[in-house]
Design a protein around this ligand. Structure first.
Ligand SMILES: [Fe+2]
Ligand SMILES: [Fe+2]
Length: 211
């Protein structure tokens, strides 16, 4: 049997990394709003919902980056598989938000490349020490995202059942992701780090709500 040289291993590893970076597929679940009829929104309601969904779309771009960053530096195959599974489900969310924004004739945020690359770096940083700390970061992120989605649900027009169905499904997925991280042995994060995460997310929400 052929023995792999150091160079062979480097090539295998870099191919693996490229695959993670550029090859995340959606899990293929159906658009939650598919069979729900459109409620006639006023122009200002449309703008409001578009802005909300633009923020969520950016959040899902960031989620792609975070899970990719975590997968790149996962310490075990199990952890890597978990990260990639969650990235696939986040890709569904990304596509659902994109579709809803298109239905409302809106645009996604121009800052998305910044959120994506920054989140890969954050995901890699979070994974540097060990998998338990990385899971702690994920559990807290998903908790904050689920709270954010709940507040969105209360802000959209009551009759916008299409957006409601998307937000509701995303929220339940994010809760499930958080629960998976917790059940897999996540470490507790310090309150300082939790606050820094809230401030960083707040900045992203503010910028993506505008453009
Ligand atoms: Fe998500
Ligand atoms: Fe999630």
């Amino acid at each position: 049997m052929r023995k792999f040289t150091h160079k062979d291993n480097l090539i295998i590893r870099s191919n693996e990394m490229l695959n993670i970076l550029f090859n995340i597929q959606s899990s293929g679940r159906e658009y939650p709003a598919k069979d729900i009829s459109e409620y006639e929104l006023t122009e200002s309601e449309k703008d409001h919902v578009t802005n909300i969904m633009r923020v969520n779309h950016s959040g899902e771009v960031a989620a792609q980056g975070l899970y990719i960053g975590h997968a790149l530096l996962a310490k075990t195959q199990n952890q890597k598989k978990m990260m990639l599974n969650m990235a696939s489900e986040e890709k569904d969310h990304l596509e659902w938000c994109d579709q809803r924004i298109k239905e409302l004739n809106g645009n996604t945020s121009i800052f998305n490349p910044v959120w994506f690359s920054g989140s890969i770096a954050i995901g890699m940083l979070s994974s540097m020490t060990n998998d338990k700390n990385a899971l702690g970061f994920i559990e807290e992120t998903e908790k904050q995202v689920a709270e954010h989605l709940e507040s969105n649900i209360n802000k959209i027009p009551k009759k916008d059942n299409k957006t409601y169905s998307i937000l509701k499904k995303m929220k339940s997925d994010e809760e499930h992701h958080g629960e998976t991280a917790r059940a897999s042995g996540s470490s507790k994060l310090s309150n300082n780090l939790k606050n820094i995460m809230k401030i960083t997310a707040g900045f992203m929400k503010f910028a993506s709500y505008k453009i």
